[in-house]
Design a protein around this ligand. Structure first.
Ligand SMILES: [Ca+2]
Ligand SMILES: [Ca+2]
Ligand SMILES: [Ca+2]
Length: 356
């Protein structure tokens, strides 16, 4: 099932053969006055599948009424309602999402946010990738990117989305990732993630070669911890802020997760291993650090202290672990129970501000 690459707004305007008029009018309406701060959210929403069987995708078979997840229209509607409830509380201007089946589920999620919470995301950025399960990365946004492109580091895996924004004339680049998980042969998973890391670094090099002080946010579910060697050495996103500032030629990113208290870093809990991981993170380029010298500063700066893992009581269990939305089978008794939570991942968010 292939669908064209597009933003929802752009498609509507193209149909009216008035693309430029649409862009100019929307920009004038939405971007008058001083630039406001923006909240960027990152969330792996765990298997956001509709309840229809896509005949071209075996990966969605378990998310049908007869499949292992007993995925009915009612469960799909409840999942959408739960995600919309959390996204409303997160209040993102730009929302990076992973595990998205198709464009339709994004439209349904945007409709749930609009109808239940009065929160409007007029812009959907998505394209059908070639992932074996059919899940993609996507963005829901109040602001329209001026350009998007997609990287395919490894065919059959998730594409990487690169979205360039110019809110109030202030540019920034957002890169959205969902790297290979640990399922399957370990060596193959490691090889795929290494290719994904190299592709992201190559993209960062392109952006920073054009403007070494560019504002770049790197968001996603990387399926490795924030301080993994692939993140630190290949992508070059690290928690050593002084080093990021002192070595501009290296193009380091500052990994916001490093600034969190050690106990507040977990974003996913593996019940089988009884262990937390910090797979879901956001990093920022050197130019976005508030203390970057004026000559090397981007038009957007990180709001100090704003980065967090969002873990309200309603989306976690008594031990603070995320409540998933799926069939659970007890390892000993094999008894099945359905947990109608939210996602097995916790979201993260950050606020960026226009630099005065
Ligand atoms: Ca489906
Ligand atoms: Ca199918
Ligand atoms: Ca898909």
């Amino acid at each position: 099932m292939k669908r064209p690459v597009a933003c929802a707004c752009a498609l509507r305007c193209a149909a009216a053969a008035a693309l430029l008029v649409c862009f100019a009018a929307a920009a004038a309406g939405a971007e008058n006055g001083p630039a406001p701060a923006l909240t960027v959210v990152q969330w792996n929403v765990e298997n956001l599948f509709d309840a229809e069987d896509d005949a071209d995708n075996e990966g969605d078979d378990e998310f049908t009424a007869g499949g292992w997840q007993c995925w009915t229209e009612g469960r799909y509607a409840l999942k959408l309602a739960h995600l919309a409830e959390v996204l409303d509380r997160l209040g993102g201007d730009i929302v990076c999402l992973e595990e998205i089946e198709n464009r339709r589920v994004l439209e349904d999620l945007a409709a749930a946010l609009r109808e239940r919470h009065g929160r409007d995301y007029p812009c959907i950025v998505h394209r059908e990738g070639t992932d074996q399960r059919g899940i993609d990365v996507a963005v829901l946004s109040r602001l329209r990117p001026r350009a998007t492109r997609w990287l395919t580091p490894v065919p059959g895996q998730r594409d990487v989305l690169v979205a360039e924004f110019a809110a109030h004339g202030r540019p920034f680049t957002l890169i959205v990732n969902h790297w290979k998980s640990g399922w399957g042969p370990k060596a193959e998973a490691a090889r795929i993630r290494a290719a994904e890391a190299r592709a992201v670094r190559a993209e960062l090099d392109r952006v920073l070669a054009a403007d070494p002080s560019a504002a770049v946010l790197l968001a996603g579910d990387f399926n490795v911890d924030f301080d993994d060697a692939l993140v630190a050495d290949v992508v070059r996103s690290v928690g050593d802020r002084k080093r990021v500032l002192a070595e501009p030629e290296t193009g380091w990113l500052y990994n916001l997760h490093a600034g969190l208290d050690e106990k507040a870093r977990g974003t996913i809990y593996y019940r089988r291993d009884g262990a937390w991981n910090s797979f879901d993170t956001i990093s920022v380029s050197r130019g976005m650090l508030p203390e970057a010298a004026a000559v090397a500063a981007a038009a957007w700066a990180l709001r100090e202290g704003s980065y967090e893992v969002f873990r309200p009581e309603s989306i976690v269990d008594g031990a603070g672990r995320p409540l998933p939305f799926r069939m659970l089978a007890d390892a000993q008794t094999k008894r099945r129970t359905y947990c109608t939570g939210y996602s097995d991942h916790l979201p993260v968010r950050v606020v960026i501000e226009p630099r005065r």
